[in-house]
Write a protein that binds this ligand. Structure first.
Ligand SMILES: NC(=O)c1ccc[n+]([C@@H]2O[C@H](COP(=O)([O-])OP(=O)(O)OC[C@H]3O[C@@H](n4cnc5c(N)ncnc54)[C@H](OP(=O)(O)O)[C@@H]3O)[C@@H](O)[C@H]2O)c1
Length: 289
């Protein structure tokens, strides 16, 4: 069965929300490999504390074989959680129901149970949509976007951009061009234009959905090689320091937003799926900082 994220977000009527464990503490977790760097426990636990919720959120490193069964047992015990790299696709067969965002991206990052059935959603889509709105709200006119990458994060970004009320012009570049071409076919080649080389383009907004920069050194492309300086760079990567791409953007005089913005927004959307309402405004952002 499928439902939209909006239906899930508004659909708590009558159901027992996740996190309701009579007399006990509900357990939530981010499942992935690696998970040691994840900020998800800090931001979700801050939100639980802020409303006095009897719940705890932890990071659990799991193999791809373990991930689906662990996900189901957490959800069916009254908890829930998130799935991260590299398991967002392998858990799909373990879901009983999923949203349209999961169907369109082929990835699940949020799970919980309702009436004995395990649900999955992909709140990266809403997380990016809200980041895009916050960033481009300050730009006059429709923005023109260059998306870098063709993995799971790029799928969420492309879905959010294609579904925007005023979709931007979308150009897509990936190190392995064939994967970008496959994504353009999936989302519609009339909507997504694949570039072999970004050199001659002058996008207003550059979105980094590659994992380049996780090492603290690499960049997916050299921004200085673009035909014009973008107004803003949205980097999905985050770390303790500004990411290499954000540093390059700031050096060129562009605005830059790193992956913590989207992390907080997708986490807020996850809490809506679990509890039917978002955490108090700002709690997760402050925990992130
Ligand atoms: N902030 C958030 O909330 C959030 C949410 C989701 C994801 N993310 C981040 O987004 C990044 C991508 O995640 P994913 O799930 O899409 O991973 P993925 O499915 O493994 O895809 C990785 C992508 O990065 C590209 N890539 C890897 N190293 C590169 C390099 N050195 N130069 C250029 N391209 C490179 C790959 O290109 P090839 O196809 O050529 O291999 C591929 O397009 C990760 O850093 C993840 O942490 C952040």
């Amino acid at each position: 069965m499928r439902a939209t994220g909006a239906e899930r977000a508004g659909g708590s009527g009558g159901r027992v929300p996740a996190g309701t464990v009579p007399g006990g503490v509900a357990v939530f977790a981010v499942l992935g490999d690696p998970v040691g760097h994840s900020l998800s426990p800090a931001i979700h636990n801050a939100a639980f504390r802020a409303v006095g919720r009897q719940a705890v959120y932890m990071a659990r490193r799991v193999t791809s074989e373990e991930c689906g069964p662990v996900m189901r047992s957490l959800a069916l015990a009254g908890g829930g959680g998130n799935v991260t790299v590299p398991h967002k696709e392998v858990v799909l067969p373990f879901l009983d129901h999923h949203t349209e965002a999961v169907a369109s991206t082929g990835a699940c990052n949020t799970f919980w149970a309702e009436q004995g059935a395990v649900w999955g959603d992909n709140t990266d889509v809403e997380g990016f949509r809200r980041t895009w709105e916050a960033v481009t709200g300050g730009l006059a006119g429709a923005a023109d976007a260059l998306v870098l990458g063709a993995g799971g994060a790029a799928r969420a970004v492309l879905l959010a951009l294609c579904e925007a009320p005023v979709p931007p012009r979308i150009r897509l570049w990936n190190r392995t061009e064939a994967k970008a071409r496959a994504l353009a076919v999936h989302f519609g080649e009339e909507r997504v234009e694949v570039l072999q080389d970004c050199g001659g383009t002058a996008p207003e907004v550059v979105v980094n959905a590659t994992s380049a920069g996780l090492d603290g050194r690499s960049v997916p492309i050299e921004l200085a090689r673009l035909a014009g300086t973008p107004r803003c760079v949205i980097d999905l990567v985050y770390g303790k320091e500004p990411t290499p791409l954000c540093r390059r953007a700031l050096d060129l005089g562009a605005a830059a937003v790193d992956g913590r913005e989207m992390l907080v927004r997708q986490a807020e959307a996850s809490q809506v799926r679990w509890f039917g309402k978002p955490p108090p405004r700002g709690v997760m952002t402050r925990a992130c900082e």
